[in-house]
Design a protein around this ligand. Structure first.
Ligand code: G
Ligand code: MN
Length: 253
């Protein structure tokens, strides 16, 4: 990137703020519940990174995650979010999914760290799932697959995020040995996508892969994805992303 560009300066400013934010504890993990469509019970949650800035309020992840990726802080955030996810599993005894940047899979550092963390803690490694999105094609797929395989061997799940949007595909599902497919909210909102969703669910099911429909905002959508065979649902209808205290209440209810 050209260092004189306005974009570069903006990224640098956010990155500098972000270092402080991490230090001051302004970064936190929020959780969005997922239900089992068969009985409506909260069986899982997605951990989502939130930055509440003292002056600017909530800074959207779309603004700070790219800056974190460019500045290298994504490693620290990834570790923080994964730790919070492990605490959450212990706290609520539900499955937790955490978003991992493809950049964190391009080198061995993150997977080595996680593997080390999970060795010996026999408790519920199978409750943790790593969500992978492919905004840009992965550069070294075979290395990424090898790293994910080591986590899979420990019982950790791998989810393909945002299926139906961008690069995510059923090919990628097989390639990354995924255990979960997340159907993007753009497909959920598209009334003409029934066939595509049904095909994806069938392909997933054939390889023992769980399906989660995202962005469920209405009862009609919930009913439809249930009819199409999805296993779990996530979206504003079931609950917005919330701080852990709110999640405590939801899980206790
Ligand atoms: O790509 P990924 O699934 O990780 O994105 C999750 C994001 O989607 C979160 O930032 C969350 O706030 C947002 N989100 C979650 N549920 C809904 C929903 O029902 N509708 C819309 N529009 N956004 C949602
Ligand atoms: Mn996600």
């Amino acid at each position: 990137m050209w260092r004189g560009s306005v974009y570069y300066r903006v990224v640098q400013t956010i990155a500098t703020d972000l270092v402080e934010a991490v230090r001051r504890g302004e970064i936190s993990a929020w959780f969005q519940p997922q239900i089992d469509v068969r009985d409506g019970r909260v069986v899982a949650a997605e951990a989502l990174c939130r930055w509440v800035h003292p002056d600017r309020g909530m800074v959207p992840p779309s603004e700070f995650i790219p800056a974190a990726e460019e500045s290298g802080l994504i490693e620290e955030i990834g570790v923080f979010m994964t730790r919070q996810s492990c605490f959450a599993i212990e706290r609520w005894r539900i499955d937790i999914s955490v978003n991992v940047s493809p950049l964190q899979l391009e080198t061995a550092a993150f997977t080595n760290w996680l593997e080390h963390q999970l060795r010996g803690v026999s408790t519920a490694t199978s409750a943790l799932t790593i969500e992978v999105t492919e905004e840009q094609p992965l550069r070294n797929v075979s290395a990424v697959v090898r790293r994910l395989d080591r986590l899979l061997a420990l019982g950790v799940g791998v989810a393909i995020d945002d299926f139906g949007a961008g690069q995510s595909s059923l090919k990628q599902l097989r390639r990354l040995h995924a255990t979960e497919l997340k159907i993007d909210r753009s497909l959920v909102a598209d009334e003409d996508a029934d066939t595509l969703i049904a095909q994806a669910v069938e392909a997933a099911r054939a390889s023992g892969v769980r399906t989660v429909a995202e962005g469920i905002e209405t009862h009609e959508q919930l009913e439809r994805i249930t009819r199409l065979g999805c296993d779990r649902a996530q979206g504003y209808l079931l609950g917005r992303p919330m701080p852990k205290e709110a999640m405590d209440e939801l899980v206790a209810a």
